[in-house]
Design a protein around this ligand. Structure first.
Ligand SMILES: Nc1ncnc2c1ncn2[C@@H]1O[C@H](COP(=O)(O)OP(=O)(O)O)[C@@H](O)[C@H]1O
Ligand SMILES: [Mg+2]
Length: 234
């Protein structure tokens, strides 16, 4: 199967005045459609930098990044914005929902700027909210929901434009550990249904819910595999 993501010899260097920081050095990997991958590493290892590149929020200093057939590394800002909207469903650590707005409206929002026909927006938002187990909370505002519930709204919002990949940045970083398990169960369910999920985390317990873990340290891949599965088997 053709990979949905091909990262080839990607390096990213930040220049701040005199200082040059190599955040990523010659990183290469592929992700196939339908994978559930965690990218794990300690603070300062380059996770956010890699997430920004994978999410078409930034481009590498050198190397190529092919997302679903398009070389993102060669795109300008407008083209990057278009790729982001079309191909990536973002889930952020801080949820990034509108506060005094219902779950339903939050999930409908991406469709307001999209070609989704008006009459389809409400049924689609309802479908995805039910999918994340919030069928009975659709009219609640974000402030009336727990952290875990807010993150589930954010996941429904990420799904609504049918992205090629779900890209989650520390998705359980702001929620209680009992609710973190629920979020991981949803990701596993979505993955079983065929969604490709890439999750950035510094927490080993969270990374273990993925089928594959790419470990990065000091801007390089130090391990890439599925060795955690043995520990999970009961
Ligand atoms: N905008 C920036 N300007 C300069 N240096 C940066 C910038 N962003 C990150 N860095 C540096 O790049 C390295 C990797 O950072 P980052 O990708 O944020 O790691 P992580 O998310 O794993 O903590 C660190 O040394 C960090 O200080
Ligand atoms: Mg970071």
């Amino acid at each position: 199967m053709t990979p949905i993501i091909t990262v080839s010899n990607v390096s990213k260097t930040y220049n701040t005045g005199e200082v040059e920081t190599a955040a990523l050095t010659d990183i290469s990997f592929e992700i196939k459609k339908g994978e559930f991958v965690a990218i794990m590493g300690p603070s300062g290892s380059g996770k956010s930098t890699l997430m920004h590149i994978l999410g078409a929020l930034d481009v590498p200093t050198s190397g190529n990044y092919i997302l679903d057939g398009e070389n993102v590394a060669k795109l300008n800002d407008d083209q990057l914005a278009e790729i982001r909207n079309k191909k990536i469903g973002f889930v952020f650590q801080a949820f990034n929902l509108l506060p005094r707005t219902s779950a339903l409206k939050n999930v409908m929002l991406p469709m307001m700027y999209d070609a989704t026909p008006k009459e389809k927006r409400l049924p689609l938002a309802e479908k995805y909210l039910k999918m994340v187990g919030l069928g009975d909370r659709m009219d609640h505002t974000s402030s009336q929901l727990s952290g875990g519930q807010q993150q589930r709204v954010a996941i429904a919002r990420a799904l609504v434009l049918n992205p090629s990949i779900i890209l989650a940045d520390e998705p359980t970083g702001n929620i209680a550990s009992s609710q973190a398990e629920e979020i991981m169960a949803i990701f596993q369910k979505l993955n079983k249904e065929g969604h490709t999920i890439i999750m950035i985390t510094h927490e080993p317990d969270i990374a273990e819910h993925a089928k594959r873990i790419i470990h990065i340290k000091d801007g390089v891949i130090v391990k890439d595999g599925v060795e955690h599965k043995q520990r999970k088997a009961k």
